[in-house]
Design a protein around this ligand. Structure first.
Ligand SMILES: [Zn+2]
Length: 363
């Protein structure tokens, strides 16, 4: 508990307190919104009104800093700011502020060249809709609005897949990525939260089966279509992000093949996932969530032990190893996705592991 409070205090001080409360990077990924999301997670445990006020102040500053941004997603764009702002306003009992953020959310317009992936594309916008509907109420974002986006994602996936063996395929910056951040795993994960038509369900299942069939002999997953470099075991690229998607598939569809594939991918994360970074995107904290997710799915306590092993490694040794340059502190060392913010988020979640969710990804 002391370690957790220490890290929380440190993250808030470095990303907010010392900035003069002016925001440059407003994103949840590496910027101030990530700190607000972390503090909101703390509030849900502590119910401390000061935490809520702090979240609200940070989101307000992110709102001003992102006014002219054309980004539309939860993790890197306006949808995250407006959605989190509305949910925090609801908890504060401020109906006027909640309306303000919801109106702004509904004013978000898509650029014509919008990709489909999670960090910058349609899937990342849809995730924000799910977040709002979960925390504020069903139909806060109408099914019709969300359906239009799902239609675009499915149409574009079928178009690129063509007559290939995978029913849906997507590109980001000219590459057919498979991971959670930019590729198939992230897009399928978000689609499974939507109300899909039977043929769309078959396409999502078919895409996951294609990925399982085409994984490396080691059990790890390629970062992009056809890649032969079995190197990355990250949430963003490789088995960890895919495991979370397969866990979701097992939960949603109930098929044994997805459960088995999730368990197999989890083994890769256990063997190769103790990385040299701390964050959730491509670090140990993110990989710990794989075990928490498998624990939730299977109830097997060995997954809880594995999550605890990764979390204990971080709390006991990360700071020392970073100071000795044996671990990398992250390009944004206090951020939610790359740095200590993610570690603090994990420590908070370890307090009630069955409720743990990979931040801004598992709803
Ligand atoms: Zn990453």
């Amino acid at each position: 508990m002391v370690t957790l409070l220490y890290f929380l205090f440190w993250v808030v001080r470095e990303t907010w307190g010392l900035s003069g409360k002016r925001v440059q990077d407003y994103t949840l990924y590496t910027g101030a919104l990530g700190t607000a999301y972390l503090v909101f997670n703390a509030y849900q445990v502590t119910k401390n009104e000061n935490d809520l006020k702090l979240c609200s102040d940070i989101v307000k500053a992110c709102d001003s800093a992102s006014k002219d941004s054309g980004r539309v997603t939860f993790i890197c764009g306006r949808a995250g700011i407006c959605a989190l702002g509305a949910v925090i306003a609801k908890h504060s009992g401020d109906a006027r502020l909640q309306d303000h953020y919801l109106t702004k959310f509904k004013e978000i317009r898509f650029p014509s060249d919008l990709p489909n992936e999670l960090l910058y594309g349609r899937a990342g916008f849809l995730w924000a809709c799910s977040f709002l509907n979960k925390h504020i109420g069903k139909e806060t974002l109408s099914t019709i609005r969300m359906r239009a986006v799902v239609d675009e994602i499915i149409k574009s996936g079928r178009r690129l897949a063509g007559k290939g063996t995978c029913p849906l395929m997507y590109e980001w910056h000219g590459k057919k990525y498979w991971g959670a951040a930019h590729g198939l795993a992230g897009i399928m994960h978000v689609l499974m939260d939507m109300e899909l038509k039977p043929d769309e369900v078959e396409d999502v299942k078919g895409t996951l089966r294609y990925m399982i069939k085409s994984r490396y002999p080691t059990g790890n997953y390629p970062s992009s279509e056809g890649s032969e470099s079995d190197r990355l075991v990250h949430w963003c690229h490789g088995a960890p992000g895919v495991t979370l998607t397969l866990v979701k598939a097992a939960e949603v569809f109930g098929d044994k093949e997805f459960l088995q594939a999730a368990v197999d991918a989890g083994e890769v994360v256990w063997k190769r996932g103790l990385l040299k970074r701390v964050g959730i995107c491509h670090g140990i904290s993110g990989n710990a969530y794989v075990f928490l997710s498998l624990y939730r799915l299977t109830g097997k306590v060995e997954y809880l032990y594995r999550a605890k092993a990764f979390a204990s490694f971080l709390s006991d040794r990360a700071q020392k190893l970073i100071s000795e340059r044996k671990m990398h502190g992250g390009d944004h060392p206090y951020s939610l996705f790359e740095g200590m913010g993610g570690m603090a988020y994990l420590f908070l979640d370890m307090g009630e592991p069955s409720k743990a969710r990979f931040p801004a990804y598992e709803i």
